[in-house]
Design a protein around this ligand. Sequence first.
Ligand code: ZN
Ligand code: ZN
Length: 172
Amino acid sequence: MFITPEELTLHSLSVDESYGPNDLDVGGASIHPAGRLTLHVVAELVGREIRIRGDLSTAFEMECDRCATAIEFPLNRCFDLYYRPLSTIARVEEIEIPKDELEMAFYPAEGIDLREVAKEQVILALPMKLLCNPNCRGLCPRCGVNLNIESCQCAPDPTDSPFAFLAHRQDR
Ligand SMILES: [Zn+2]
Ligand SMILES: [Zn+2]
C-alpha cells in the first residue's frame, strides 16, 4: 500500500497490512521467511514530514552461525519514523547534509510504499550473528560433526587455540 501526502493532509491513516513469505525479499542464503508478516502503522503529516509509527511481527528460519542448525527466529519491532519530502533535497549533490540528519529518510512525491518500510525495518532487526544457543559448540573443523550432538576423535589443532600465540612468545 502507498501512503500519499495528499491523503494525509485530509486525515491520518491507520493501516493493517499482511505480507506473504514471498512478498518481501529480505533473504540471504541462510534466511527464510517462516510465516506471514503483519504490519500495523499509523501515518500522519507533521508539518511537511510524514510520520509513520507502528509495529510489525513475523518469523524467520535462520541457520546457526556455528553449527548451521535451522532455528526459528521470531521478529517483533516497533518503529517511529519521519520522512521528509525528497523535493527538499532535490539538489542533493550541492547540499551538504548535516551529520545529525543522515538518519533522516526521504519520500518521493508519489508517497511511501509501506512494503518498503516493512522491508527496511526487518533488515534492521535481523541479527548479524545468530546462535542456536550461546554455548553452541559448532562443527568440528576437521571432520564436520556437530559437536553439540556428538563428539569426535579429532585431536584439537593447537594452532586453533586462542592461546597459540603464547607458545610463540615462550620460544623467544
Ligand atoms: Zn549452533
Ligand atoms: Zn572431528
